[in-house]
Design a protein around this ligand. Structure first.
Ligand code: 13P
Length: 248
């Protein structure tokens, strides 16, 4: 059985005052029954790791460069994330694909670097609204996954996140059967690529996950958790999502 993961992607939100939300999460979830991962802006990673101390909340980056070092102004290498205390990194998020032109080839190289640095990779895939309307969802997701997943991926440190681009920050969510179909197809590809180990890779859903819809989404086959944007910024909104996953 895959592990259950509630992951928060803070995107370009958060400052030192936001660490109070971590205090609130720790107070509400002293011994969580699921994995909790928070991916803050890079400026907060080390402070958040120190702040969390011995509590099992994990901290992740939001991208990494494929190289271990070099002349790449503004970029962060995977070993730098690891040294700062991050254990995870989100790769292939649609906002990175759009804002920074990251292709599947680039994402694959980033993933290889992340695995080499000992990080767990939360690999994001998902179709745009136009692709959804054109009924290309399955083809797009399959292509992104097969092309961005390194041949030598470490299955025990791999997490997939299905995030339809049109569902991110919009309040829109695919129908349950649509999520089930995509997650089922992802599970099939993981089996093909990783053999038996593919069965244990968590597949998260992301895109407008809220306290109100979390339990329903976690009831869908092959949904092993969520990658949450806006609702992960406050403990008041993220906690009920964590509880829903614990009870799923
Ligand atoms: P929202 O939960 O704000 O829709 O964002 C989802 C997301 O992009 C997480 O990576």
């Amino acid at each position: 059985m895959p592990r259950k993961i509630a992951a928060g992607n803070w995107k370009m939100h958060g400052d030192s005052a936001s660490l109070a939300e971590i205090d609130a999460l720790i107070a509400t979830h002293p011994t969580p029954a699921v994995e909790i991962v928070i991916c803050p802006p890079a400026t907060l990673i080390h402070r958040m790791v120190c702040h969390i101390g011995a509590h099992p909340i994990a901290v992740g980056g939001q991208t990494c460069h494929a190289a271990v070092k070099g002349a790449h102004t503004g970029d962060i290498a995977a070993p730098m994330l690891a040294e700062a205390g991050a254990t995870h990194v989100i790769l292939g998020h649609s906002e990175r694909r759009t804002d920074h032109g990251e292709s599947d080839v680039i994402i694959c190289a980033q993933a290889r670097a992340a695995f080499a640095a000992g990080l767990s990779v939360i690999l994001c895939v998902g179709e745009t609204e136009a692709q959804y309307t054109a009924r290309q969802t399955q083809a797009i997701v399959a292509a992104q996954l097969t092309q961005s997943l390194p041949q030598d991926a470490t299955p025990t440190r791999l997490v997939i996140a299905y995030e339809p681009v049109w569902a991110i920050g919009t309040g829109l969510v695919p129908q349950n059967h649509e999520i089930a179909a995509v997650h089922g197809a992802i599970r099939g590809i993981l089996h093909e690529r990783l053999g038996a180990a593919g069965a244990a890779v968590p597949i998260l859903y992301g895109g407008s996950v809220k306290p109100e819809n979390a339990a329903m989404i976690f009831g869908i086959a092959n949904v092993d958790g969520a990658l949450v944007g806006g609702a992960s910024l406050s403990a008041a909104a993220f906690s009920p999502i964590i509880h829903a996953l614990e009870n799923a």
